[in-house]
Each structure stands twice: as structure tokens, then as C-alpha cells.
Design a protein around this ligand. Structure first.
Ligand code: FAM
Length: 443
């Protein structure tokens, strides 16, 4: 058994009694109550999911396995000679809760390399799609097409014990994670780089090889490592994480589940915001004559956006109530590596004016920037200017977290997800005290 799988299996065996004991002894303990506002309002704040891989505090932001972003970066071994850890080392950390040693990280990188090769039919499928298809559609379709490779399905059909479900799930998830950067790079080079492709460099880790196959020199390898890790996980309630978990809860395999999650990420209120931010800034730039606007000019543009009924992309969040630490981590990178970049100056200016305006408008619960407000500027600076592709970059990163989560879902035997619906009439009757909650059967 590979080292990561061995460590993971030990962790799974240690963890299982905790879940079993909660179910056996504390099933009826309440963790909250649900209001009509939450039922109609997208289940905001309803505590009904469990994950140990990350936790999102509204004021502090994300913690991966209990560690903040700076603590996570500090705890992991750096990719040799570079400033950031490898994605493989981070995957180990998310799966097991402990950082790997340098040697363990290196071994896992080699394991990932052996899982890289893409089936030819995936390339054929991507090529068969009209060239103007959105890269997220190609990405999601390619993931789904590989479903026939699922070891989980094969072993399940042979008759697999429930306790062993996690094992082929681990194989599927790790295979997928190793392959998706190659799929993404293929889509990118086909669509935007004259269909000229760069073979995989088996000496490099996932992030390094991705930058290599995309055709971007150093420090884009570190940009890729940083970007993928920052976007990896944001606990389980966001659309793509929840979707991946939900689909996997039906014992659909990792290919079905990840493809579904990516379709959720493709929405403008979610991952597509990274592309929307760049498009929006480019519009400001064009409208304001390609110069850095004054604060007053920028304020006017933001108000115009709001008054035309649009959202300011890259600002606001369903859970966060302060500046997203993923934004801060990328801002620090920009201040170090690209402080004079004209687009960064726009983003910097927006940070000065938007929160105040959103507060004055009084609608958004969180006026602060989220992860998407900053990421596109870094891509653009290093020459990745095709913003349609930005959500695919988000998707590769997010796959690390959602795949780690569904392995643990299987390890802990989480059941098929099935919340309960009510009718509008029932809500009206509850609101007017015509019926009592006890009159509605729970399930
Ligand atoms: N610009 C203008 N209005 C905004 C806004 C923004 N950035 N953020 C929220 N609002 C409005 C929102 O549309 C809603 O208006 P209505 O009452 O007219 O429907 C009101 O403020 C209350 O919304 P909320 O409770 O503060 O936010 P939600 O939890 O409903 O939605 C977001 C959260 C992220 C969808 C929302 O803030 C938004 O649309 N932001 C812009 C798009 C964006 O950046 N998305 C990326 C989020 C990111 F973290 C990710 O998932 N990648």
C-alpha cells in the first residue's frame, strides 16, 4: 500500500469510533434551529454538514485542518528550491491532518506522475466540441467522460464491503487529481495557443508541470501551487463542494461527483466571478480611457454598476464577514512581485472604494473582497489573459478539497443526503400559527 494510503487508513480507523459514538449516543442533541428566512434563503447558516478538512469562520476566514493560510504554508515542506509547497504535499495534509515530511511529499509527487497519462478518448472528446465552447464545459465534460475508468464502480459491482468503499474512492480521486491539470492545459493550448501542445514533464510536481504544459515560465509554477492551494477548500456548504458531496452521497463515483461540482463552480455568483472581475475591470479601463482612474471616477463606476442592477464581482460572501484571507494572501504576493502592475493598481483602488460604497448601499451583508477579486490580476500579469479560463484554474484547486472530502465521506459511511421540503402553504400556516411544527411529520 502506498504511504499516503497507509497513513490515511490509520487515521480513518482512529476517526470512525468518534462518528459512531456521536450517532449512537448524541443523535438527538440539537445543533441549531431553522427559520423560514433560512428555508427560503438558500439554507444560509443552517448547520447540517460535517467536515474536518476545513472550517470557515466568518471573521477569521478559512482554516485548513485547523491551520490558517499562513500557518498551513509554514507547516508544509516547500517544493525543492521553490517558495511554495507542492499540491501533492497539501493533498496529504488535507487527507491526513498532518503535514508530510519532505520525503513523503516527494514520494507522493512521483506517485502522482505515474497517474498522469490521459486516455486518448478524452482528448478526442475535447477536440470534438466546438472550439468556442466555454473551457469549463470542456473541463467538466472531460471529467465526466472518464467515468468509465472508475475503480469504485468496478469494485462495487464485484461486491465491496461498506468499510472498504474509501479505498477505490481514494484511487479514483487521486487519479482524477493527477489528470485534471493535464486536461486543463490541453484545453488551454488547443483553444488559445494555436493547438500546439507541450508534453508533460515528469520531473515536475503537479503545479510545476501545469505551468510547464501551459507554457508559462517561473515563477508561474509557484503561482500555480499557491493558487491551487488557496482555492482548495472552503468547508462544505459552498455550491461546488456541496454538490460534489451530494452527488457522491448517492454512491455516484468521483467522476460523476466532481463533474457535477464543477458545473456549480461555473456560475457567475460562484467560481465564474474570477472571470467576471477581469471582464468588469477591463470595461472600467476601456471606459475610463486606459488610465488609472481617480478615486472619484472609480466610485462613480462602482455606483453605476450597482444602479444598473449588477453585482460588483469579487465582493461579498455568503459566510465571510471580513476581507477574505485568500484575497490577502494573493494581495501580499502582488505587493511583492507585481506592485507596479496597472491592473493591480485598479484592484488596489477598488479595495479602497468598494467596501464603503457597498456599506452605503446597505444591501450586501459583507462589503469586503473575496478570493476572486485578486486572482485574475496575477494570471493576467504573467500573460494568462484569456479570462474565460480562470474558472478552470479555480476548479483544479477546488478539486483538491472536494475530492479529499468525498474520500472521507466514504470512509465514515455518510448516508445519501436527503433534506426535507415544505410547501409555501405550510410555511404560511406556521407563520400564522395555524399549524404547529409538530403537526408536520419530520420525514
Ligand atoms: N455587489 C452588489 N450587490 C451585492 C454584492 C455585490 N458584490 N454582494 C451581495 N449583494 C447584494 C445581493 O445581490 C443581495 O441583493 P438582493 O437582496 O437584491 O437579492 C443582497 O446584497 C444580500 O446578499 P448577501 O446576503 O450579502 O449575499 P449572498 O449570500 O446572497 O450572496 C454572493 C453571496 C457571493 C453570491 C454575493 O455577495 C455576490 O453576488 N457577490 C458578487 C459575485 C462574487 O464575487 N461571487 C464570488 C463569491 C466567491 F467567494 C466564490 O464563491 N468564488
Amino acid at each position: 500500500m502506498a504511504k499516503l494510503k497507509e497513513v490515511l487508513f490509520r487515521k480513518i480507523k482512529e476517526h470512525r469510533p468518534r462518528t459512531q459514538s456521536l450517532l449512537k449516543n448524541s443523535s438527538d442533541v440539537r445543533v441549531g434551529e431553522v427559520t423560514i428566512g433560512q428555508v427560503i434563503g438558500g439554507a444560509r447558516g443552517v448547520r447540517c454538514l460535517v467536515t474536518d478538512i476545513s472550517y470557515l469562520d466568518p471573521y477569521e476566514g478559512i482554516r485548513f485542518r485547523g491551520k490558517t493560510i499562513p500557518e498551513s504554508f509554514a507547516a508544509l515542506p516547500k517544493y525543492p528550491g521553490r517558495a511554495y509547497p507542492s499540491v501533492e504535499a497539501f493533498y496529504w495534509f488535507l487527507l491526513t491532518g498532518d503535514p508530510p515530511t519532505q520525503q513523503e511529499a516527494d514520494e507522493l509527487t512521483r506517485e502522482f506522475v505515474s497517474r498522469r497519462p490521459l486516455p486518448q478518448y478524452v482528448i478526442d472528446l475535447i477536440r470534438a466540441m466546438p472550439r468556442d465552447t466555454h473551457p469549463m464545459t470542456m473541463f467538466s465534460a472531460a471529467i465526466l467522460a472518464m467515468q468509465r475508468e472508475s475503480l469504485f464502480v468496478k469494485r462495487y459491482n464485484e461486491g465491496l464491503k461498506k468499510d472498504d468503499y474509501w479505498d477505490p474512492m481514494y484511487e479514483d480521486c487521486t487519479n482524477l487529481l493527477a489528470k485534471i491539470p493535464l486536461i486543463a492545459a490541453y484545453i488551454y493550448r488547443m483553444k488559445y495557443r494555436s493547438d500546439i501542445h507541450i508534453p508533460s514533464n515528469n520531473e515536475l510536481d503537479l503545479g510545476g508541470n501545469f505551468a510547464w504544459q501551459m507554457g508559462f515560465p517561473e515563477p508561474c509554477d509557484d503561482v500555480a501551487r499557491m493558487h491551487f492551494i488557496l482555492h482548495s477548500d472552503h468547508e462544505s456548504g459552498n455550491v461546488c463542494s456541496h454538490t460534489t458531496h451530494l452527488v457522491a452521497s448517492a454512491l455516484s463515483d468521483a467522476y460523476y461527483a466532481l463533474s457535477a461540482g464543477m458545473n456549480g463552480l461555473a456560475g457567475p455568483l460562484h467560481g465564474l466571478a474570477s472571470q467576471e472581475v477581469l471582464r468588469w475591470i477591463m470595461n472600467v479601463r476601456a471606459e475610463l480611457g486606459n488610465k488609472i482612474p481617480s478615486e472619484e471616477e472609480m466610485k462613480k463606476y462602482v455606483w453605476d454598476t450597482l444602479e444598473s442592477g449588477q453585482v460588483v464581482p469579487g465582493y461579498g460572501h455568503a459566510v465571510l464577514r471580513k476581507t477574505d484571507p485568500r484575497y490577502t494572501a494573493q494581495r501580499e504576493f502582488c505587493l511583492k512581485h507585481l506592485p507596479d502592475d496597472p491592473l493591480f493598481k485598479y484592484v488596489d483602488l477598488l479595495y479602497k472604494v468598494v467596501p464603503d460604497i457597498l456599506e452605503k448601499q446597505g444591501k450586501a451583508k459583507n462589503p469586503w473582497p473575496n478570493v476572486d477579486a485578486q486572482s485574475g490580476v496575477i494570471h493576467w500579469h504573467y500573460g494568462l489573459t484569456e479570462w474565460d479560463f480562470y474558472t478552470v484554474l479555480f476548479g483544479i484547486g477546488r478539486a483538491i478539497g472536494v475530492l479529499a472530502n468525498i474520500i472521507w465521506d466514504r470512509a465514515l459511511g455518510y448516508p445519501i443526503e436527503r433534506p426535507k421540503s415544505l410547501t409555501t402553504k405550510m410555511l404560511e400556516d406556521l407563520a400564522s400559527n395555524t399549524i404547529r411544527l409538530e403537526d408536520i411529520p419530520a420525514d
